[in-house]
Write a protein that binds this ligand. Structure first.
Ligand code: ADP
Ligand code: ZN
Length: 722
């Protein structure tokens, strides 16, 4: 027998299939040890054949087979090809995605439990051996018992004697470490007519990909759960992806309540052992639903009946390390392979997805009502420029203070959200709301303190730092923001009796730090929760009737073509935390630019308006998806090595450009906005292309110029241009 093996070295020079002779029990999908270049290394068997085209003396034997049950399911090999081709990575690198890293590094301790079972063999025991007789009688009755408790009861000697005589057989079973999950008593619900229609639409849809656009609280989760339950009934499996699983303990509790041990959870908060065990439960078929963040898209399931991606617009679905895959793309490949549906859900679908839905590439389900006709919370705009003029320099507007007083009197809860990501990057005039923008690119500029200048991340243009506002002449320019701590201090001064908790990177620590804070809040042990991005997502706190959004502008002025989209999403998501149960919710949105159109659309929950406007703008300015931003990064220890690679990459792409200049809207090489990270220098070739036409060639150029001294890689429409 001959095994076709991919060696576990992710390098383009060994990115081929090698042949080894192997014993007949070798199975496709197993991991093996093979001799390679004078060493023994790990490899993956991707095929087994009776004969080989090579001469017998050229073929070396497989040294060891690891897995009794192949670690890789057959689907992996089909996906391996597609992923390797799409993201230009070696096949070994795409196969690695399917294995838990603990497994590859051989770090997992499997835990076994010893058991004893009755064999039915007739044995004669000596008359004096009373213990043995008792033990045998007990075993006959029970049939199959735990070794330890058995020998504790009757003594090791008696148990071993029974084993020796053949009446009992001792054997090992693998024991799974079961992670702890929060409890939930949440039962199955009777679907509303809208929910039922959505399930039917998706199950009968002609499209592989289907988008559910449903306002917050419209009951999307229940639709997902019904689809999963239907597929389990058909004997199939399912994958359910959520953005940041550690932030959504309630979702986990719900899934466990509904599906029990059939659900396996894959997330980074688990210990290595737990993670491996959950993976194993999926692989053996004991568990049928994989739940997790983006990497769960690689769950070792066969016969998949549905793949669900909740909050599909979330940026965490894109991998930021090689291979830089899009989870939606991989999920679609798997759905196509399995002939099943991919369901994307969001209250604020990404512009890209919504375009596809509108053009018919995706099926579309729209839910405009909250469950039980509950109203969406009213959003009140607080104009912070006016607050300043009226002599209120605090971070909390009058409107927000009044609403907070009300909430505390009514014994309800409030969430105060601070939009801190991207803080201290942009310069904003606190008098008129002016924001510095690039003359060429129509995106806001980023402040670089080390050079005291403003830069555009899309074209590299540099501007002098402003001393006064060019619009109104005011000199109250601001580029550093408020921290959560400061806000908590202000709140406790205003409301000394209120119980306030804070959730941000400083207060959250440990494996279940998020969970503890969220639990405290959901048990009403606090009145106000102050936090950053972490509290924006998916939580369902019934007693929350007020949400305050401080500095809604901050993401509006991200130096990113997606900043409008991000702001709209963020406001909608955060506002969606308010008034989810019986009581009507309110939202106070504080801003320095109340006339901004994005805020106007968000306040009215006008996704359609936002979308039309956004599409128009992107078309006019030629931003994605009407173009492709392609950044080739060069990262190296030494400047000269980086520059050499940069030059080679630049000139190789320049050759393409010369042949087809129309295709390149922008093209240049430059320092990356952050010039050094962890002592590695960073350069980039930045291109804005009309289409994806030259993308494969650019990937190829990057691979060819990546060396041990300089890492070169491609990013498509990167979420972050720093
Ligand atoms: P979404 O994911 O769309 O924001 P959820 O799935 O969290 O919405 O649902 C919002 C609320 O409505 C939850 O508290 C949920 O328990 C409840 N809910 C959903 N479907 C039903 C139903 N069919 N009957 C009663 N309550 C429901
Ligand atoms: Zn101004």
């Amino acid at each position: 027998m001959y095994a076709k093996v991919i060696v576990d070295i992710a390098h383009s020079q060994v990115d081929k299939v090698f042949e080894y002779s192997c014993p007949p029990e070798t199975k496709v999908g197993c991991r093996v040890k093979v001799p390679f270049g004078g060493r023994i290394i790990e490899g993956f068997v991707i095929g087994v054949e009776d004969s080989s085209a090579f001469a017998a003396e050229k073929i070396k034997p497989v040294k060891e087979i690891y897995d009794e049950l192949p670690a890789l399911v057959p689907e992996c090999f089909s996906l391996m090809e597609r992923i390797a081709e799409r993201y230009r990575v070696p096949k070994a690198a795409s196969l690695r995605l399917f294995l838990p890293s603990e497994m590859r590094l051989g770090k997992v301790n499997e835990i076994y439990t010893r058991r004893v079972k009755y064999t039915g063999a007739e044995v004669t025991l000596s008359k004096s051996a009373k213990k043995q007789a008792e033990a045998l009688e007990f075993l006959k009755q029970k049939g199959d018992i735990d070794f330890t408790s058995f020998s504790q009861k009757f003594g090791n000697g008696a148990v071993n004697a029974l084993i020796e005589k053949g009446a009992a057989l001792s054997y090992k079973v693998r024991r799974n470490r079961a992670p702890d999950y929060p409890e939930s008593a949440d039962g199955e619900k009777v679907l509303t007519p809208d929910q039922r229609a959505a399930v039917e639409y998706i199950e009968n849809s002609e499209n592989t990909v289907n988008l559910i656009h449903g306002v917050t609280g419209s009951g999307k989760t229940e639709i997902y759960l019904k689809i999963i339950a239907d597929k389990l009934k058909e004997g199939k499996t399912a994958i359910f992806l959520v953005p940041e699983i550690s932030l959504t303990p309630q979702m986990l509790a719900q899934l466990r309540a509904r599906f029990g041990g059939q659900a396996a959870i894959m997330h980074s908060g688990l210990s290595a052992g737990e993670r491996f065990d959950e993976w194993w439960r999926l692989r053996t078929g004991e568990a049928k639903i994989a739940i997790g963040a983006r990497s769960a898209v690689f769950a070792p399931l066969e016969n998949i009946g549905a793949i669900i991606i909740d909050e599909e617009h979330d940026s965490s679905y894109r991998s930021e390390t090689s291979p830089r895959y899009s989870t939606v793309e991989i999920a679609r490949m798997r759905a196509e392979y399995n002939g099943c549906k991919l369901v994307l859900g969001s209250a604020t679908p990404s512009v890209e997805s919504f375009i596809k839905a509108r053009e018919g590439e995706y099926g579309l389900v729209t839910l405009t009502e909250r469950i039980n006709g509950r109203p969406l919370p009213e959003i009140i705009i607080a104009d912070m420029r006016r607050e300043l003029k009226r002599g209120n320099p605090s971070n909390l507007s009058r409107a927000l203070r009044e609403e907070l007083t009300q909430v505390l009197n009514d014994n309800k809860q409030a969430i105060i959200f601070l939009n801190r990501r991207g803080y201290s990057q942009t310069v904003i005039c606190t008098d008129c709301g002016y924001v510095a923008k690039c003359e060429n690119c129509d995106v806001s500029l980023t402040y670089h303190s080390e050079e005291n200048c403003l830069k555009c991340h899309y074209c590299g243009a540099k501007y002098r730092m402003l001393s006064a506002c060019p619009e109104c002449g005011g000199n109250r320019l601001r580029y550093s923001g408020t921290g959560t701590q400061r806000v908590v201090a202000e709140l406790s001064q205003l409301f000394p009796a209120a119980r306030i908790i804070r959730m941000d990177n400083d207060t959250v620590s440990g494996k279940d730090g998020h969970y503890k804070i969220l639990k405290q809040f959901s048990e009403k042990k606090a009145d106000i929760l102050v936090g950053t991005q972490m509290i924006a997502k998916g939580h369902d706190f019934p007693a929350v009737t007020l949400v305050g959004i401080l500095d809604a502008d901050m993401s509006l002025h991200f130096s990113d073509y997606r900043s409008g989209e991000r702001t709209f999403q963020l406001i909608t998501q955060v506002a969606g935390r308010s008034g989810r149960a019986g009581d009507k919710g309110k939202v106070v949105l504080q801003t320095y630019s109340p006339e901004n159109y994005i805020l106007r659309f968000a306040v009215n929950y006008d996704y359609a308006g936002f979308f039309e406007n956004e599409v128009k703008m992107r078309k006019a300015a030629l931003f994605p998806p009407y173009s492709l931003i392609c950044r080739v990064m060069v990262v190296a220890d030494k400047d000269d090595k980086a520059l050499e690679a940069l030059k080679n990459v630049f000139f190789a792409i320049e050759e393409i450009r010369k042949g087809d200049p129309q295709e390149f809207i922008f093209f240049n090489k430059m320092h990356s906005p952050i010039k050094k990270i962890q002592n590695k220098v960073r350069y980039q070739v930045l291109a804005r292309l009309r289409t994806e036409k030259y993308l494969p060639q650019i990937y190829k150029i990057a691979v060819e110029n990546s060396t041990a001294d300089a890492l070169v890689y491609v990013e498509e429409n990167p979420a972050n241009l720093s």
